[in-house]
Design a protein. Structure first.
Length: 105
């Protein structure tokens, strides 16, 4: 989901997700996000009350992020992985290499 926020954010000229994504076996991964949350494994990520109160987007950025999330939230992780594997940026990137921002738009 973050990968699609990154890609569509770049198209819309917003940095909705910072950092790079790498081509990992099951899909694109932002290593910084992965390492921050990997202790949760397959469990729900529980955020503190102060984290929940923060709104990362406002105005048009929020509308863009909401639009993207509404379109992609219907898909399972398996489907999102398959979708990313069909994308040209994925196909043109070597294993465990950074998927360039330029290739996303």
């Amino acid at each position: 989901m973050l990968y699609y926020l990154k890609a569509w954010g770049l198209v819309a000229k917003y940095e909705l997700v910072s950092g790079n994504f790498e081509k990992w076996p099951h899909g694109p991964v932002n290593p910084d996000v992965y390492h921050k949350f990997k202790t949760f494994q397959s469990n729900p990520i529980m955020l503190s009350a102060s984290s929940k109160a923060q709104t990362p987007f406002a105005g048009q950025e929020k509308k863009t992020a909401d639009f993207i999330l509404e379109r992609y939230a219907q898909y399972s992780a398996v489907t999102l992985s398959a979708m990313s594997h069909a994308d040209l940026p994925w196909k043109k990137t070597g294993d465990c290499k950074v998927i360039s921002d330029k290739s996303l738009f």
